[in-house]
Design a protein around this ligand. Sequence first.
Ligand code: ISJ
Length: 123
Amino acid sequence: MNQEPDAYGGPLRRFTDPAYVPLAASLQEVRERIDALDCQIVALLAERGRYVKDAARFKRDSFQVSAPARQQEVFDKVRALAEASGAYPEVVEAAYRALVAGFIAREQQDFAAMEDVPPEESK
Ligand SMILES: C=C(O[C@@H]1C=C(C(=O)O)C=C[C@H]1O)C(=O)O
C-alpha cells in the first residue's frame, strides 16, 4: 500500500557516511526549508523573466529570439556553476533546459506583439 511519509516522525533511514551532518530534525522541517527556498527561487525567476522580456527589444526576428548559441552558453555556464557549488549538475542543467524553453516561448510571444523601431531612431 502506498502511503505518504509521516512528516513529523523520526528518521527511518540513515546515511552510512560517518561524516554526514543532518540538516533538519524532521521531514516537516526539511519541507519548510524547501518551501522558503522555492519562495526565493520563484522571485528570482520572476526577475529573470523580466530581463528575458527586455531582451526582445534588441532582436530582429524569431531566430534571434531563440539565439541557440547563447542558450548553449547558459547551459554550459550553469552546469559549471553547479559543479563548483555542490549542486547536482544534471539536475541544474535539466532544469535550465526546461526553464529556458519556457522563457523563449514567452519571449517569442512578446516579440510577435512588438513593433519595429524606425531606422532613424535605431542608431
Ligand atoms: C534572454 C535572451 O533570449 C533567450 C532566452 C535565453 C535565456 O533564458 O537565458 C537565452 C537565449 C535566448 O534564447 C538572450 O538572447 O539573451
